[in-house]
Write a protein that binds this ligand. Structure first.
Ligand SMILES: Nc1nc2c(c(=O)[nH]1)N[C@H]1C(S)=C(S)[C@@H](COP(=O)(O)O)O[C@H]1N2
Ligand SMILES: [Mo]
Length: 243
């Protein structure tokens, strides 16, 4: 929706004249996605900063220590027994240890995190590009979204775990990484140890912490409430949280 709204602002002096624009507004979801991808350049990079810009402290928000016995047992053992599952619509499901993830290609980026609650902070993140992990798993051609299942139980019905999702555009974006280091140190528990998502062109709540399982799907309909994430399903937040 916000794609069309933005386009409306950008192109409002042409609305009356252009037949193509009327079509854009009326031809629905598929075209909406096409507009989003092409005209709004979701391939652009988020701004990157330098060491001099680093915030003195990167705070924690939401869960800071998962109240989950299984997670606590993994943490007590330095996450040596932790694995990341990659499954769903992939030809080659994976189970990756931290050692395996750290042996993969590494990307480091200094970016600004923006939380809807009204705070921002600049930090340095290192991790493996999500594209690399997905390519290893061979997503099927009809795969459209990547769902992130987390290790922290949330308040509310069924004490569900935190979850989030992104589309393939963001999943294969070069700045989308599975981060294991924050400011050159192992990711602290408060910030999502041992592995969290960085999806730099979206707001903080999309950056799922405490990853346990990545699920590739063709539709979000079957994931919990169907809106693609904990905040989207329970609190009306937008699924595409573009900055
Ligand atoms: N699993 C999980 N991921 C999460 C959250 C959470 O509570 N649980 N909070 C989200 C929100 S709202 C923000 S702003 C960031 C905060 O990341 P930080 O704790 O490293 O600051 O994580 C996001 N990812
Ligand atoms: Mo947030």
């Amino acid at each position: 929706m916000e794609a069309l709204a933005l386009l409306g602002i950008a192109g409002c002096d042409r609305v009356g004249q252009a037949e193509w624009f009327r079509k854009l507004l009326t031809e629905g979801e598929h075209l909406n996605r096409t507009v989003h991808k092409t005209l709004l350049s979701r391939r652009t990079m988020a701004q990157e900063f330098t060491e001099a810009d680093l915030s003195p402290h990167f705070r924690s928000n939401g869960t800071s220590n998962p109240e989950n016995p299984a997670y606590q047992a993994l943490a007590a053992n330095g996450f040596r027994d932790w694995i990341l599952k990659v499954e769903g619509m992939v030809d080659k499901p994976l189970q990756l240890s931290m050692t395996q993830l750290r042996a993969m290609p590494r990307r480091t980026q200094i970016t600004r995190h923006d939380c809807v609650e009204g705070w921002s902070a600049i930090a340095k993140w290192s991790g493996v590009p999500l594209s690399h992990v997905l390519n290893d798993a061979h997503p099927r051609s009809d795969a459209r979204f990547v769902v992130f299942h987390c290790g922290d139980p949330m308040e509310g019905p069924g004490s569900e775990f935190y979850y989030e999702s992104i589309d393939m555009d963001d999943a294969f974006h070069p700045q989308t990484i599975l981060a294991y280091d924050l400011n050159d140190r192992e990711l602290p528990i408060a910030n999502g140890a041992p592995l969290r998502l960085r999806v730099e062109r979206q707001l903080g709540y999309k950056h799922a912490k405490y990853l346990s399982r990545i699920e590739v799907v063709s539709s979000l309909d079957t994931i919990r409430g169907g809106k693609g994430g904990y905040w989207e399903d329970g609190h009306g937040y937008q699924w595409y949280a573009g900055i």
